[in-house]
Design a protein around this ligand. Structure first.
Ligand SMILES: N[C@@H](CCC(=O)N[C@@H](CS)C(=O)NCC(=O)O)C(=O)O
Length: 215
């Protein structure tokens, strides 16, 4: 029996995406909350696990894995079934590209430390920060909506939930949290709703985490 410990934070998009991947794989894990608002991620204890001071980190049989894309790829390679990626090589590249729209080009721009920098060091007013968040989510979602129209079925790619849902759902959650209008993205909303009806995915939702009361 593999010993898995996930260090994460309920509202963190990268923790949420890792929880979805673990859930889709049917893997049980111990959850250890890192309170980002209290700055626990920057403390010596957590940094000794993840030198960047970012969640998530996954301990697997005593090995510490960092960076959610690397963690999710590890899960896919170690536990190939059920698969998060399609078997076909070109299709795998498409799925990775769809995930990267969020993982590389949207999520990093709305991260806690980026927003803290805009508000603090650049003294950006709240409406400017809100516009910043909406701008990058809007750009990414508009592109992903097109990609889903090309490759989607019941889910973002084909008819089963997989890697794209791991990335998409947390970003939709963040968009709603920051009051970004997502009504134009009909397909993304439909995929999200369908995915949340799957208990393996629903159990990963921020509101269902033990640290959900921390704000
Ligand atoms: N590329 C990293 C990003 C991790 C990341 O940005 N984590 C955020 C939460 S979603 C975090 O720990 N933020 C803490 C901070 O900004 O101080 C990954 O995918 O794991």
């Amino acid at each position: 029996m593999t010993d898995l410990i996930l260090h994460g934070y309920w509202r963190s998009g990268t923790s949420y995406r890792t929880r979805i991947a673990l859930g889709l794989k049917g893997l049980r894990y111990e959850y250890r909350a890192v309170n980002l608002l209290a700055g626990e991620q920057r403390g010596h204890g957590y940094r000794s696990l993840q030198p960047q001071g970012l969640v998530p980190a996954l301990e697997v049989d005593g090995h510490v894995l960092a960076q959610s894309p690397a963690i999710i790829e590890y899960l896919e390679e170690r536990w190939p079934e059920p698969a998060l990626l399609p078997a076909d090589l070109e299709q795998r590249a498409v799925v990775r590209a769809m995930a990267a729209v969020i993982g590389c080009d949207v999520h990093p721009l709305g991260n806690l430390r980026i927003l803290q920098y805009l508000k603090g060091e650049l003294d950006a007013p709240p409406e400017a920060v809100k516009a910043w968040i909406a701008r990058w989510i809007g750009d990414g979602f508009a592109a992903l909506e097109v990609m889903v129209s090309h490759h989607g079925g019941a889910f973002a790619f084909g008819d089963e939930p997989g890697l794209v849902e791991c990335y998409l759902l947390p970003q939709v959650y963040a968009a709603e949290r920051f009051e970004v209008d997502i009504t134009p993205y009909r397909r993304l909303r439909a995929v999200t709703e369908r995915a949340l009806a799957d208990e393996r995915i629903a159990a990963a939702h921020p509101d269902r985490q033990p640290d959900a009361s921390l704000s």
